[in-house]
Design a protein around this ligand. Structure first.
Ligand code: SF4
Length: 207
């Protein structure tokens, strides 16, 4: 089963690396299809690759990625156990938000990844990730809570890049999550240049 899944993911990722379905292929250096185990129980969905991801074709390797690593480490979650991906796989120039057309063109790849991997839990980082799963809902109404939909669970939260840029966002996340029993703990602490986020009950779920 795992072998079959691996083959399907490899084929899909080859397709993504060669994709020309939207104009972003013209400016990308490398598409970043996503990475992680094909039997991951948790999928983290970001927005789109940044400049650093574009250089190497891997997700979350830039500053936001380092921040995410720090969060996962503090939470004792192994990054290798999570599948990291995004609704858009090529770098939008100047780090701009992907357009609706770009998201629409690229979204079938994410859907296919979900179909193959079949994760049970999703962590949605930021507005774009949230909007593709809940197009008719407002992120503000769901941020920091587990949401069930079609037998899957979703945890919408801020993108790490926002947490790095705006310390107040960290404090708001802290506020959301102190009351969450199912998640246990997600805490932002900011001290000088360092921001820490501790992820709680996602640890066993990451299994
Ligand atoms: S962003 Fe997605 S749809 Fe657009 S070229 Fe890249 S892989 Fe293809």
């Amino acid at each position: 089963m795992k072998v079959v899944k691996s083959r399907k993911i490899e084929k899909l990722h080859r397709e993504i690396r060669n994709c020309k379905k939207c104009p972003l292929w013209k400016t990308r250096k490398n598409a970043s299809p996503g990475e992680g185990p094909v039997n991951a129980r948790i999928m983290i969905v970001g927005q789109a690759p940044g400049a650093e991801e574009d250089k190497v074709g891997r997700p979350f390797v830039g500053r936001a990625g380092q921040f995410l690593n720090q969060l996962l480490k503090l939470a004792k979650i192994k990054r290798e156990k999570i599948f990291l991906t995004a609704p858009v796989h090529c770098f939008p120039p100047k780090n701009r938000k992907p357009t609706r057309q770009e998201i629409k063109a690229c979204l079938p790849y994410l859907k296919k990844q979900i179909e193959i991997i079949n994760p049970q839990k999703f962590i949605l980082l930021g507005e774009v990730a949230f909007s593709v799963f809940f197009p008719d809902k407002k992120l503000n109404d769901f941020r920091g809570k587990w949401v069930k939909k079609n037998e899957k669970e979703y945890f919408p939260t801020y993108h790490p890049a926002a947490g790095m840029r705006f310390p107040k966002i960290g404090l708001r996340i802290k506020g959301y999550l102190y009351g969450q029993k199912t998640i246990e703990l997600l805490i932002f602490l900011k001290s000088s240049s360092k921001i820490f986020l501790i992820l709680g009950n996602l640890i066993p779920a990451a299994g």
